[in-house]
Design a protein around this ligand. Structure first.
Ligand code: 5GP
Ligand code: MN
Length: 353
């Protein structure tokens, strides 16, 4: 039997937000000691932030907690995992399989479908431990035993914050500073630095975390001041020499090829956030960023106003996501990607009229 809790967060009083039926999670946690936390492919700030935020809280309750992700997270997030406890399935598949088979509880965070964790999906699907989902993407898979799905919340880190606050009076423990920093970071990156999907609850969370000791300027510096020279030069190159504008559709497109990656000594995560840049142009309503990989072209889409990149990604790019931030994959040569995008966009806009 699957239990799904996805109601709006209830405002109980001026500063208190509550996640519906957090008692079910407290109950499932009470008899279990070995917890595996699972994050999504190409982990971002919200993914690593929610894993580490939850890990430090659960460790304080005496649980043994292992965070696992399909592949490596970008270097700038090292500060959230200074001891390197996050296991990457692409690098240490045996260690990941061992942790999952020894787990008596699995908590998946910041993704809604096992398709979002590549081959780690099979490992999780065949595990015997109960599976909990804590996530803010619409339409969660049915494979989870207990689901906390809040698509309108800014980030999984915000959802994890209100969830932990709900657990505190039932399970005890406290919110360590490491948790607070991790949750603040993921909320900040997923809202594109307090720009998108920010609710009053998001600011409350930020304020409360600062009260707990989070130094927001330090976090800011770690996240946005951690560029390598290569990443900065790549950004300049993409903006000045690569970005194409399609004013008739209010669109901007960038395509990062393997050749360009090589030229700028590309490391995973180096182009993180570049898709947001074009939205700073007043006439741009939709921004697309394509990255050539070994097996497919990775698609990243962002929009403003009521343009649904979630529907665009579902319809044309083998993906999905949020209304204003979505992604997917294309299995065509990188040289054909821009033309495919423009054709798809024209058709999509016509259909949505
Ligand atoms: P990003 O552009 O940062 O890679 O992804 C933005 C959002 O799009 C993610 O938070 C996720 O919700 C969604 N997304 C990205 N890639 C995929 C994909 O391949 N499939 C689906 N369903 N969603 C994706
Ligand atoms: Mn997220």
């Amino acid at each position: 039997m699957q239990y799904i809790f996805n109601f709006a967060p209830i405002k109980l009083s001026f500063r208190v937000y509550k996640i519906e039926n957090v008692g079910a999670l407290a109950h499932i946690l009470s008899g279990r000691r070995n917890v595996v936390l699972v994050g999504h492919v190409n982990p971002d700030g919200d993914s690593i932030g929610s894993l580490m935020g939850m890990m430090h809280y659960l460790a304080g309750l005496g649980k043994s907690v292992v965070p696992v992700v399909p592949n490596r997270y970008p270097e700038f997030l090292n500060f959230l995992d200074p001891d390197g406890v996050v296991l990457c399935n692409s690098e240490q598949p045996e260690a990941v399989a061992g942790a999952v088979s020894g787990a008596d509880l699995i908590i998946c965070m910041d993704f809604n479908s096992l398709k979002r964790i590549d081959s780690l999906g099979d490992v999780i699907a065949s595990a015997s431990a109960p599976k909990v989902l804590i996530d803010h993407h619409p339409q969660p898979d049915t494979i989870f035993d207990l689901v906390y799905s809040y698509p309108h919340l800014s980030s999984t880190c915000e959802l994890a914050y209100w969830t932990i606050k709900g657990l505190l009076p039932i399970c005890g423990g406290n919110m360590p500073l490491e948790s607070a920093i991790a949750l603040y970071t993921g909320m900040m990156t997923d809202t594109n630095n307090f720009a998108n999907s920010v609710l009053p609850s998001t600011f409350m969370m930020a304020g409360e975390l600062m009260d707990l000791g989070v130094d927001k300027e330090w976090v800011q510096k770690m996240v946005f001041g951690g560029y390598s020279e290569d990443r900065m030069r790549l950004m300049g190159h993409m903006l000045s020499s690569n970005m194409k504008m399609y004013p008739q559709y209010g669109a901007a497109v960038m395509v990062l090829t393997k050749d360009t990656k090589e030229k700028f000594n590309f490391k995973d995560g180096d182009s993180e956030g570049f898709v947001n840049l074009a939205l700073n142009i007043s006439s741009v309503k939709v921004s697309a960023f394509f990255t050539e990989g070994d097996e497919f072209v990775r698609v990243s889409l962002r929009s403003k106003d009521d343009f649904s990149v979630n529907r665009l990604a579902r319809g044309y790019f083998n993906g999905g996501g949020h209304e204003r931030a979505a992604g997917g994959r294309l299995f065509i040569p990188v040289a054909e990607v821009e033309e495919y995008f423009v054709k798809s966009l024209a058709e999509f806009i016509e259909k949505e009229k």
